[in-house]
Design a protein around this ligand. Structure first.
Ligand SMILES: [Cu+2]
Length: 452
């Protein structure tokens, strides 16, 4: 795949994600669809190479199952071989001339190394990615299409950033071997969602219909530059099964063994929140929450409306079990994808409580006062990205006691994303068009909550 240097099959594929061609889709609902086709195109070239070398096409892209917390990514023999292609000389031969893009120029100048298992797992952002993706997995039979994409893309970005350079840059990530192992797993996690909803709905039609009717312009646009064997541009509708692309996964995480059963209890008024009858939307998070199992007559998939209290008595529900802190989405000048990657650490401080922010990432851990984890901004591709929206960060918080309104969100920023001093006010944000060219200064309006 490396033969031919900058014209090699590897260069063509790696160069399509961010540098020199910025075709990738992030921050949009076809994020998993575009990457599915991209991975398959890469796999076909890998099979071509295998065929040339060994006379058969019996090879598939492996995946890195990072949702388990595993960071020991490669067998040692493979690791050594892949490390060799990170030498400066080898990188320069596949990249071609020294790039003008600063991220890619850094890769050209220095080559890359494969981060060790230790280096990845000590990143708080890695731990957050694992935690957040498990919340995604807990909801694969009930999330809507758009919600699932959002819940998967954030931890996906966290893993990119946890791996350090060049994986932490949209421009250069595709040139790193971990990219293909990582995205292969993102595709597997996406397949787990499609399978989970298929179990709930009986087919993949309903989840596809949500995307088709909810976001038609993105649903119908081409997954450029990829074309079907017949020469048409792929669109998301072509990507709802892996068998259409001649692969299946040996196992999918998070599948419940028995499909949920459902009784239609729409119209129940047996539940109250804050003295008012609860709406179905408010009740939805409790449908499959084990803590409330005895009070719920049936496991209730997302299409079934409200569960009923077994004895028909109004009860008061606690707040939903999972809350997402969303960074930037409610601000008028959210970030563009040219913004270099960074990590934002979140603290939920009860109103009226004094907060002394930690000064260094070394001070962060599960015992740190008010600390609820971090989210990664995955960007750093010059010229922005016209396939997605400006970017923001999501982070999932569990077990909020009381209500989100009882808390202030405080944030500390880590530009290095590999540990270092923490900033109360980020100095590394780029000016954005939405901000009139000015550099955004995140204030309280940048933080909002989303209940799951
Ligand atoms: Cu990615």
């Amino acid at each position: 795949m490396f033969q031919g240097g900058s014209n090699s099959p590897f260069s063509r594929m790696a160069g399509m994600h961010g540098y020199p061609i910025n075709a990738c889709v992030h921050g949009a609902e076809d994020f998993p669809h575009w990457h599915r086709v991209y991975l398959r195109e890469f796999e076909v070239l890998l099979q071509d190479a295998h065929n040339e070398l060994f006379g058969d096409r019996n090879i598939g892209l492996p995946y890195w199952a990072w949702e388990t917390g595993e960071t020991n990514v490669l067998p040692s023999g493979v690791r050594t071989a892949l490390q060799n292609i990170g030498s400066t000389q080898s990188v320069q031969s596949v990249l071609g001339n020294r790039p003008s893009s600063s991220a890619a120029a850094g890769l050209w100048d220095r080559g890359f190394s494969l981060p060790t298992s230790d280096a990845i797992s000590r990143q708080t952002i890695f731990q957050s990615g694992v935690f957040n993706v498990n919340t995604y997995l807990n909801r694969i039979s009930t999330s809507s299409h758009s919600q699932a994409v959002r819940l998967l893309e954030s931890p996906h970005g966290a893993i990119h950033v946890a791996c350090g350079t060049p994986m932490n840059s949209v421009a250069t990530a595709g040139w790193h071997p971990y990219f293909w192992l990582h995205h292969s797993n993102v595709d597997r996690l996406w397949e787990a969602f499609l399978a989970g909803r298929e179990t709930t709905d009986g087919s993949r039609g309903p989840v596809e219909a949500e995307f088709r009717t909810g976001n038609p312009s993105v649903y119908n646009r081409g997954l450029a530059p990829f074309t079907t064997p017949g020469g048409a541009t792929y669109t998301s509708t072509d990507t709802y099964t892996t068998t259409a692309f001649n692969y299946v996964y040996d196992n999918l995480p998070g599948q419940s063994s028995a499909p949920p059963t459902c009784s239609d209890t729409t119209g129940s008024t047996g539940f109250n929140i804050g003295g008012q009858p609860a709406t179905c939307t408010q009740l939805q998070p409790f449908c499959t929450h084990p803590q409330h199992g005895p009070n719920i007559r049936q496991v209730c998939p997302r299409t079934c409306g409200c569960p009923t209290n077994r004895v028909g008595r109004p009860i008061v529900l606690p707040p939903p079990p999972s809350t997402v802190i969303v960074f930037g989405a409610s601000s008028g000048c959210i970030l563009e994808q040219s913004q270099p990657s960074f990590v934002v650490h979140f603290f939920l401080v009860p109103r009226g409580t004094t907060f002394v922010p930690p000064a260094h990432t070394d001070e962060l851990g599960p015992a740190t006062a008010f600390y609820v984890g971090d989210g990664a901004f995955f960007g750093d591709v010059e010229g922005g990205n016209n396939h997605g929206t400006p970017m923001f960060v999501r982070n999932i918080v569990h077990n909020i006691v009381g209500h989100t309104a009882d808390y202030d969100v405080r944030a500390m920023y880590d530009e290095g994303a590999w540990g270092g001093d923490l900033l109360t006010v980020p100095t590394f944000l780029h000016g954005t068009a939405a901000c009139g060219g000015a550099r955004p200064v995140p204030d309280v309006s940048w933080f909002s909550f989303e209940n799951l």
